[in-house]
Design a protein around this ligand. Structure first.
Ligand code: ATP
Length: 248
């Protein structure tokens, strides 16, 4: 059984089919990349699989159960959580307290929630910034808080929406290391990302969306040499630079 599976997922906006009969699966322990040119349907697909939008057709299954129609908070309690492209930590709360918001999702007991918050803060490299306020953080710091908040909910599967957007090349390298540690901690991940260096470095498998359809799936190596993928990216830079137009 796959940890996660989307079967023939379709989402339309009026006459526009943003996601068209997409099959997608994730096995325990994998990092799966999701790429595609601008407007390919990545965000829409992400919104559907994380419960923020309902598919018009198809099924989304996590741990063998359909989660279509379930609230994101319920899906999070089951062990699947997501991050957002635009990261807004609570500005007047410390880094610790921001992360505790995630930890309390899973633990009612304050001591246990605190312990979890400390643990994920160390994992993402925020230990030294624990007492900083949300508004004092750089983009890179805010991205790490977003990641830590998601991790504090103790996910089995984490969906990451452009965690590298707006980061400098050295910050991207730092974040790749962090995600490597997250994987070692046993968290399975799906990554939507424009920074190809990240996708190619981290992903075990990659799905490519184009005009709402999954046109290719395979190892990073097979994807880069796939003629359908090259054609889909015609006119766009396939090797996007960190901190590009998708900076938030
Ligand atoms: N709420 C909406 N209402 C109407 N059309 C939408 C809506 N959201 C997305 N779309 C359209 O659906 C298509 C897919 O958009 P989506 O944002 O999912 O693509 P994307 O691959 O995430 O793009 P990008 O890489 O630019 O973020 C686009 O044509 C977009 O204009």
């Amino acid at each position: 059984m796959s940890l996660f599976e989307a079967r023939k997922v379709t989402k339309r906006f009026g006459g526009l089919t943003a996601v068209n009969a997409v099959d997608f699966n994730v096995q325990q322990g994998e990092i799966v990349g999701l790429i595609g040119p601008n407007g390919a349907g990545k965000t829409t697909f992400f919104n559907v699989i994380s419960g923020f939008m309902k598919p018009d057709e198809g099924d989304v299954r996590f741990l063998g159960d359909s989660i279509v129609g379930h609230k994101p908070s319920d899906i999070c309690k089951r062990g699947m959580t997501r991050t957002f492209q635009i990261v807004k930590p609570f500005p007047e709360m410390t880094v610790t307290d921001n992360i505790l918001v995630g930890a309390f999702n899973h633990h009612r007991d304050a001591a246990t929630a605190n312990k979890k918050a400390r643990e994920v803060m160390e994992l993402v490299g925020l230990g030294a910034q624990a007492e900083k306020l949300g508004r004092e953080l750089t983009v890179a710091g805010r991205k790490r808080v977003e990641l830590a908040k998601a991790l504090a909910t103790e996910p089995k599967l984490m969906l990451l929406d452009e965690v590298m957007a707006g980061l400098t090349p050295s910050e991207v390298t730092g974040m790749i290391e962090v995600l490597g540690r997250v994987r070692e901690a046993g968290v399975t991940m799906v990554i939507v990302e424009h920074v190809m260096q990240v996708i190619m470095n981290l992903s075990d498998r990659i799905y490519v969306l184009h005009h709402g359809e999954a046109i290719a799936e395979g190892s990073p190596k097979s994807i880069t040499s796939d003629p359908r993928v090259m054609e889909a990216y015609l006119g766009e830079s396939f090797v996007a630079e960190p901190g590009g137009e998708h900076a938030s």
